[in-house]
Ligand binder design. Sequence first.
Ligand SMILES: CC(C)(COP(=O)(O)OP(=O)(O)OC[C@H]1O[C@@H](n2cnc3c(N)ncnc32)[C@H](O)[C@@H]1OP(=O)(O)O)[C@@H](O)C(=O)NCCC(=O)NCCS
Length: 163
Amino acid sequence: MVEIRALKENDRGHVRALELFCIREYLEGSLHKSWDQLSHDLIDELGASSHNSFDHYLKSGLCYVAIEDGHIVGFVFGQMVEYINNVPKVLWVESIAVHPNHRRKGIAYKLLKKTATEAKKKGAKAVQSTIMSDLAASVMLHKKMGFFMDGRKVAFLDLESFQ
Ligand SMILES: CC(C)(COP(=O)(O)OP(=O)(O)OC[C@H]1O[C@@H](n2cnc3c(N)ncnc32)[C@H](O)[C@@H]1OP(=O)(O)O)[C@@H](O)C(=O)NCCC(=O)NCCS
């Protein structure tokens, strides 16, 4: 039986391992890139469980883990954003993943539902989430939850090198 509970500070090690596993899975499986060519510094910065990001998300109070037989088998990182696309108070879902041995048992759905429900209690009016359009699981999970999806993609500009 899976239990969904709030993320705690000492979950970081297990959540980090699972998130990096899933990022690697995507990089190698869908993008056909080599993980071994990434520098340790770059790997350290990947994902919502990276050091700085983790502390920020922990404080948001909208992150949850799924526990089965005492082990973390899934997680969701969410935070409240004050305004997106003219909508005040939007739950931003940064990252969601489930260990491959525990997929297709409704765990991601439960995690997403939990963060959305708690965000609604805190006044959220909508949820925005990043979808991997090349991953059926990602698209279908959001469809099942009732997300509206059009052709929109989020564009990203790194301001470190921007003048
Ligand atoms: C995407 C992911 C989180 C789904 O986790 P999960 O716990 O297996 O998902 P659920 O069991 O809650 O599935 C909910 C619904 O999503 C859809 N779905 C999930 N996996 C699917 C798959 N492989 N193919 C098609 N639809 C899928 C189904 O509609 C499913 O409902 P159903 O089982 O009643 O048909 C998981 O595959 C994962 O961790 N992938 C790697 C990381 C990732 O891609 N994250 C998503 C970024 S948005």
